[in-house]
Design a protein around this ligand. Sequence first.
Ligand SMILES: [Zn+2]
Length: 424
Amino acid sequence: MKTVECDILIKNIGQLLTIPSKNGPVINTNRESLGIIENAYVSIEDGKIKDIGRGSKEIAAKKIIDAEDCIALPGFIDPHTHLIFSGTREKEFSMRIRGKDYLTIMQEGGGIKSTVKATRLASKEELFSVSAKRLDTALSWGTTTCEVKSGYGLSTADEIKMLEVASLLQRNHTVSIAPTFLGAHEVPEEFNGNKRGYVDLIIHEMIPEISKRKLARFCDVFCEKEVFNRKETEKILNEGLKHGFHAKIHTDEFYNIGGTELAEKVNAVSCDHLICTNDKGLSSMKKAGSIAVLLPGTNLFLMKKEIPPVDKMRELTVPIAIGSDFNPGSSPIIAMPVIMSLSCLLYGLTPEEAIVGATINAAYAIKEEGVIGSLEEGKLADIVIIDSKNYEEIPYWFAQNRIVYVIKGGRVVAGKKKFQTTED
Ligand SMILES: [Zn+2]
């Protein structure tokens, strides 16, 4: 008879997806990759996973959560968001529906620039309050860790303000935050016709200052036609590397200007979007060990038919993660299960790839694979319990929140059955 003393026991898990990660990010994803245990339990001690196995009856615990035959899997990790911003952009939504495209709206002063205006005017307190509410929603849909970018400040003070809000969220919100400096999101109006001056500001002032204040872990650039070219991207990311940031690249979203081919040069942790990427870019990513972060919410909201070359990614075994790209312009979606559905429906990912993409591979995309993303002994007990029998139901029940419990560091923090744990 097996007796385990622990703080919390989750028992009667119909289908437990452990998603083992020992051999690096998951490639050649299939049912095996999910590490399924039927009729399983998870025991938790000090917020971490103590033990996982089949059956559960003999285990003694201070608190018991009855999963009632539901699915349990790692808490979702959203590896790409622009969570912090002020103002909304529903007017552009209407404009796009009437036929205007994103880059034209951007050149006419809409797009990122309009959010910059509103975000600069907002106080830290205001930004914290709206962002915390957004995180509450993300959490209710199972997101337990969220990457968060700056990039709507575009001045040293405003970029710092955004990253300080990220840091406040990290300290005061349940969802864990992975902060990214994205000063190179757009050229601000005061630098019109002087992009060089703005790149200099990023390199000589923003990066050193943000590094000194330890406000970000990653440095990101929007490498795109009319935004930052390949050379500027490389320059900025190299400076970031010198200051201790890991590199990420927004690349090949609208035009391929060779951004993805930088992956190897800057040792990119992830390349994100990748709609019009080519073999050269993917080979560079493969060599660098970069994760492909796919963002299908933007396809839906920009009504774009072009999709990333997923088959090529599979063939070249580039690991795939998925993210919401939550932002006020091109993807106001924050629910990871919705993004999982979209990744299947729009990009042709399999349900297994979507699940791996929102858990362990997303953890790799923010360099947190040692702590989260899979359910293994010693990892954080970030667990989502979903009212389904079979994991394929997760992307299938489109936009229906079937989450029963969200558990963060061993604590029930959200879900339909918030506090109905029973004492042993
Ligand atoms: Zn983005």
